[in-house]
Ligand binder design. Structure first.
Ligand code: UD1
Length: 417
């Protein structure tokens, strides 16, 4: 596992380009197998979650190659329907591949993804929804064997707007003759983009971003070249880093309509913020006001920025309250932040954080993707040297993280260099 050394205290300044959204790209890679024609995902981030998904596609017989920034997928052959335990555990959210495989081959077998550092990863919502489409499922709680011999359109009400389950139902129902109606689907911008991608391939899905989705079965999808939306979590991560270091940055390839709410929380009335075309300009106002945040499904505050906001709160002038409602165990980074001097009390799923004058460098360990990014941000604002262990977690979601930070004048060094 890589280590990142950070000498804190520098204000971030400069410009970087934001990557395409990880959470849009991953389901699109699964969706690519719904056609036999070539699919090109433009500006595809070279992050380890994408490489794990590529490994999954390769085991199915699909060919892929990166040409510059673009991922070229050749799904003309799919000759396996099996996702082994080692692959499903590598990328726990990849369960949506089930829906795609069922549509393409009529069957799918997969090891349970199992729990991870941010909590259990149950798939009951996926299973219930697939069953109501007529999928027959043998489920021994470690392995799933699914057959789609008599699929039928259905009206499905998700008990929670799960991102992955919404994707799974869409992928499984694209070719089912008739109308499949999904109540309470996920509404994240990445889901909307994923639906736009499938519709551009010839699918007929309406209601993206709304409370009811309707999938009208079509006979066939065709190949496509598609540029996914920007990664709002990467954007938020850099804005938070700029805020806590008192910085001034420009982010290219960003449109704000997908996350104005997040930006307002990060700005918190103190910063200067403008957007022109797809360029965001951010200048810290110097003061960090405390925040009150509750994470939740879109349009609520994204759980994927919760950890980074705990660093923001740690250096705010006053007491912040951050409540996590999406994942049950997503506060491991707080133990590490305390080593750096943060004043945090955790009660149940709520963190009470009293802002401190300064954080101090320490040796800390990332346990998960976003928690790791948060520790790096803490290192940027801390006095002295911080070493973040477990950077491979961060590489799951951020392409060239340390290079981008260096480009923004941070003093960071990969210990492997
Ligand atoms: C996706 C995102 C992840 C983000 C999360 C919530 C991708 C690749 N990943 O993950 O970055 O943090 O959405 O916005 O897009 N749940 C159940 N049963 C199920 C399915 C989910 O109880 O069958 C629970 C989960 O345990 C979790 C919550 O629902 O507590 C949200 O999960 P879900 O929306 O499914 O997240 P993912 O699709 O895994």
């Amino acid at each position: 596992m890589g280590l990142l050394e950070i000498r804190g205290g520098r204000k971030l300044s400069g410009s970087i380009k934001i990557q395409s959204a990880k959470n849009a790209v991953l389901p699109m890679m699964a969706g690519a197998i719904l056609t036999k024609e070539q699919v090109v995902i433009k500006n595809c981030p070279k992050i380890s979650d994408v490489f794990s998904m590529i490994d999954i596609l390769h085991t199915l017989g699909v060919k892929t190659v990166f040409q510059g920034e673009d991922l070229i997928i050749d799904p003309s052959v799919v000759n396996s329907n099996l996702i082994t335990a080692s692959l499903s555990k590598k990328l726990r959210s990849s369960v949506f591949i089930l829906g795609a495989l069922l549509s393409r081959t009529g069957s799918a077998q997969m090891s349970y993804p199992g729990g991870c550092a941010i909590g259990e990863r149950p798939i009951d919502i996926h299973i219930a929804a697939l069953k109501s489409l007529g999928v027959e499922i043998d489920d021994d709680k470690t392995f799933l064997s699914c057959r789609a011999t008599r699929l039928k359109p259905s009206t499905i009400r998700l008990k929670y707007p799960s991102v992955g389950a919404t994707e799974n139902v869409i992928l499984a129902s694209v070719f089912i003759k008739g109308k499949t109606v999904i109540y309470n689907p996920a509404k994240e911008p990445e889901i909307v983009d994923f639906i736009n991608f499938l519709n551009a391939m010839g699918a007929n899905i309406s209601g993206a971003g709304k409370s009811v989705l309707v999938v009208e079965g079509v006979k066939k999808l065709h190949g496509i070249e598609y540029t996914p939306i920007e990664d709002r979590i990467e954007t938020g991560t850099f804005l938070i880093a700029a805020a806590v270091t008192g910085g001034e940055i420009q982010l290219f390839n960003c449109k704000t309509e997908n996350f104005l709410f997040i930006i307002n929380k990060i700005c918190n009335n103190t910063c200067k913020f403008t957007q022109k075309n797809d360029i965001i300009y951010y200048k810290s106002g110097g003061v960090i006001n405390p925040v009150k945040i509750t994470t939740g499904p879109h349009p609520e505050f994204p759980t994927d920025l919760q950890a980074q906001m705990t660093v923001f709160a740690s250096v705010a002038k006053g007491r912040s309250v951050i409540k996590e409602t999406v994942f049950e165990d997503r506060f491991h980074h707080l133990t590490e932040l305390r080593k750096m001097g943060a004043d945090v009390t955790l009660k149940g799923n709520t963190a009470f954080i009293n802002g401190v004058e300064t954080l101090y460098g320490a040796f800390v360990k990332a346990n998960d993707l976003r928690g790791g990014a948060a520790l790096v941000i803490a290192g940027l604002v801390a006095k002295g040297l911080t070493v973040v262990d477990g950077m491979s977690h961060v590489e799951r979601g951020y392409q060239d993280f340390e290079y981008k930070l260096s480009a923004l004048s941070a003093d960071v060094k990969n210990k492997k260099d």
